[in-house]
Unconditional design. Structure first.
Length: 86
């Protein structure tokens, strides 16, 4: 059975390594259509989610720095009071 397919493929006069017929433009159109659909349905929402998450993490880091700074102030004043006391 397999040899029949091989013989059939060998007998066709066309079918060289590169056939430039209507298949090439059709495949290019299909590829561009798939890339467009994936961009709309997958890549843009995923990119937005990643950007939102990065913004959230950066906001949390900034808030943590402010909280740490506020916490360090009383500690330094307590240390200076302790050093001044006899």
């Amino acid at each position: 059975m397999m040899t029949q397919w091989i013989l059939l493929a060998a007998e066709t006069p066309e079918g060289g390594l590169f056939d430039l017929d209507a298949t090439l433009p059709l495949m290019a159109i299909q590829f561009l259509l798939l890339a467009t659909i994936l961009n709309i349905l997958f890549y843009k929402p995923l990119g937005k989610a990643i950007d939102d998450r990065a913004g959230y993490v950066q906001g949390q880091l900034n808030q943590a720095k402010k909280t740490k700074t506020r916490g360090d102030r009383p500690r330094s004043t307590i240390r200076t009071r302790i050093k001044r006391s006899p």
